[in-house]
Design a protein around this ligand. Structure first.
Ligand code: C2E
Ligand code: MG
Ligand code: MG
Length: 616
């Protein structure tokens, strides 16, 4: 048997990584041969000790790591470089159970390795050499990844029994990082740093596969800036680039963390939504995007406006191909573009109509507030004893540029759902208070006329309601005692204790409270007693049947007597006939409201009425 030549390893030192590796392997082979010789008992003890120390010194000098592991996974030997490569102390290295180490080990693709896939375990299991598996090992010290090329060489004793596996660990972190950077360049758009088309397609295919398993949908939103060419041509390409960078950043801000937005090229972007339950999830993001892009961009000190055309396509099954889905979204985007700037189309025609109407309405509703498209109409509240106007109820309308006057029930629910009711309700409060203040100065009355304002559920729960009301009163120079807030039973009963607190605050500020549509919701009488409510407003549905249908008559009678016993006043709404009015007068109902007196009127017509000061 050949004597080991440990110098071989050193001769190759510093030549080239391949040479180095060869040197290392030979050196290790020499070591192995030595150990075998010792086991065979051919050398004297002294010689063996000398050779062992010499070899250890050589192996320790190697810049690659060397470990030998026995079949139980225990470390037999390691050289000086090994702990540094793994970011672990020599003693801790000794304690590692190499058959199943506790630190994470991944393959070159970043997938975690099972114990049986580890190079030394493969060599132990098969008895065959495993040459240069590249693995990432999580460093114990920094938590970074050490990328190592691991060669595992099994070694048997003279009887052919596998006694250990000798592993060499070569640090390839630098190469791996350079490779990753190259890949990253391919996967990222260099201008915006967003994922590139390649990365988008890769994520899309995975999402489609996953969504089928999880019974969710994946959707793609294809987005193209309108008139980007104009910016590029009229300003400069550099300005165009800046716009794209800013658009990318706003898009990112509109998405959930799990969504992917990519730049496909030019002024085209795509968004991948994973795990959505309906097209509405995608539509909400689309609305956020169009809202976000509506704010002008500042490019080199100049305001630049842009809108975008969007198309959405949804995967119906795992059979959908990612390229098809992207193409469908693009087709939808072109259809949107044809409709006009800032439009959206959904690829699936069956989903289109309803979803689009909602989307359109939501966008318009947002803009309507800035554009001043809301107006208030005022319906007189008449004292049934005096026959005179004792106040007004402010009722909002949307003066839509194409659809004309839109009634509140057509947009309040959507405003409520989207949270737009908060700024809208604030505007209503401010405008109604401003008007009430102005009328009370122009047409004084004793006692002063009251202004009723409807408050929605979301508004009532909003922490800013009290300061908003106080600000509106102050700005209008209006006495708190002349404002009445209308809330429905269901709003109060949603969280009775919180409602009670808010109502007590209003009461202490001398602001009146009305329960609107009384009798249609669910109220607990015990709460009703505790709520500091001034007025119950009998719902129109009961007033309709007054005198005709005994049940309605009984209900109205009961509500009036309930209010009396609780010390509250009663207003009847929806009075359309003289009979209804007389019936309510007989029941000693305090106030009435309805077409019999006047419909909700615009400001000018309400003013005419005030000037006339009619008696009914
Ligand atoms: P509401 O507060 O119960 O208002 C009464 C509704 O009945 C008003 O409808 C009014 O025009 C209508 N009305 C009044 N008298 C008669 C009558 O004699 N016959 C008939 N058929 N109807 C009558 P409008 O203006 O369409 O408002 C509907 C609802 O929209 C309101 O019901 C209120 O819940 C809500 N709303 C209106 N303005 C606002 C607002 O500024 N904020 C909030 N949160 N909701 C509002
Ligand atoms: Mg009302
Ligand atoms: Mg009502």
């Amino acid at each position: 048997m050949l004597a080991p030549d440990p110098l071989l390893g050193l001769r190759s030192w510093g030549v080239a990584p391949a040479g180095l590796l060869a040197g290392a392997v030979l050196c290790v082979a020499g070591w192995a041969l030595y150990v075998r010789a010792r086991l065979n008992g051919r050398d004297s003890r002294r010689q063996a000790r000398f050779a062992e120390e010499e070899l250890k010194a050589y192996v320790d000098l190697l810049p690659i790591g060397v470990l030998t592991i026995d079949p139980r996974g225990a470390l037999v030997l390691c050289n000086r470089s090994a702990p540094g490569l793994l970011g672990i102390d020599r003693e801790d290295l000794q304690a590692v159970a190499w058959c199943s180490p506790e630190f994470a080990i991944i393959d070159a693709n970043g997938d975690g390795l099972e114990p049986e896939e580890l190079p030394w375990n493969k060599a132990l299991a098969t008895g065959r050499r495993v040459p240069g598996d590249v693995v990432g090992i999580e460093r114990m010290d920094t938590g970074d990844w050490s990328w190592l090329s691991v060669t595992a060489q099994p070694r048997c004793d003279g009887d052919g029994v596998l006694v250990e596996v000798i592993c060499t660990l070569e640090d390839v972190t630098q190469q791996k990082t350079a490779e990753a950077e190259l890949t990253l360049q391919h996967l990222r758009d260099s201008l915006t740093s967003l994922p590139s088309r390649a990365l988008f397609m890769e994520r899309l295919s995975r999402a489609i596969l996953r969504s089928d398993r999880r019974k969710f949908f994946s959707a793609v939103l294809f987005l193209d800036l309108d008139r980007f060419k104009v910016v590029n041509d009229s300003l400069s390409h550099e300005a165009g680039d800046k716009l794209l960078i800013q658009v990318a950043s706003r898009l990112r801000g509109c998405l959930r963390p799990e969504d992917t937005v990519a730049r496909l090229g030019g002024d085209e972007f795509a968004v991948l939504f994973e795990d959505i339950t309906s097209v509405n999830d995608g539509l909400q993001v689309a609305e956020r995007i169009s809202h976000s892009l509506a704010t002008p961009f500042n490019i080199n000190g100049q305001e630049v406006f842009t809108t975008c055309s969007m198309g959405i396509a949804i995967s119906s099954s795992s059979e959908t191909l990612s390229a098809e889905l992207l193409r469908d979204a693009e087709v939808a985007m072109y259809r949107a573009k044809a409709k006009g700037e800032g439009s959206l189309e959904i690829f699936d025609p069956s989903m289109n109509a309803k979803a689009l109407a909602r989307f359109q309405m939501e966008g318009e509703l947002r803009r309507a507030l800035d554009r001043g498209e809301f107006i208030l109409h005022y319906q007189p509240v008449v004292g049934l004893g005096t026959g005179r106007i004792e106040g007004f109820e402010a009722l909002v309308r949307w003066n839509h540029p194409e659809r004309g006057m839109v009634p509140p029930l057509d947009f309040i629910p959507l405003a409520e759902e989207t949270g737009l009711i908060v700024p809208l309700g604030k505007w209503v409060l401010e405008e109604a208070c401003r008007q009430a203040g102005a009328w009370n100065r122009a047409f004084p009355a004793d006692p002063p006329r009251l202004m009723n304002v409807n408050i929605s559920a979301r508004q009532f729960q909003h922490k800013d309601l009290i300061p908003t009301v106080l600000d509106a009163l102050r700005a209008a120079d209006m006495a708190p005692g002349t404002l009445k807030l209308e809330i429905t039973e269901s709003i109060m009963m949603r969280d009775p204790l919180a409602s009670l607190e808010a109502m007590k605050t209003f009461k202490s500020l001398d602001i009146h409270l009305v329960i609107d549509d009384f009798g249609t919701g669910y109220s607990s009488l015990s709460y009703l007693k505790r709520f500091p409510v001034d007025t119950l407003k009998v719902d129109k549905s009961f007033v309709d049947g007054l005198g005709k249908d005994p049940e309605s008559t009984a209900i109205v009678t009961a509500i009036i007597s309930l209010a009396r016993s609780l010390g509250m006043r009663v207003t009847a709404e929806g009075i359309e006939t003289n009979d209804q009015m007389e019936h309510l007068q007989k029941l000693a109902c305090d106030q009435g409201q309805g077409y019999h007196f006047a419909r909700p009127l615009d400001r000018d017509r309400a003013e005419e009425l005030l000037a006339r000061d009619p008696r009914w």
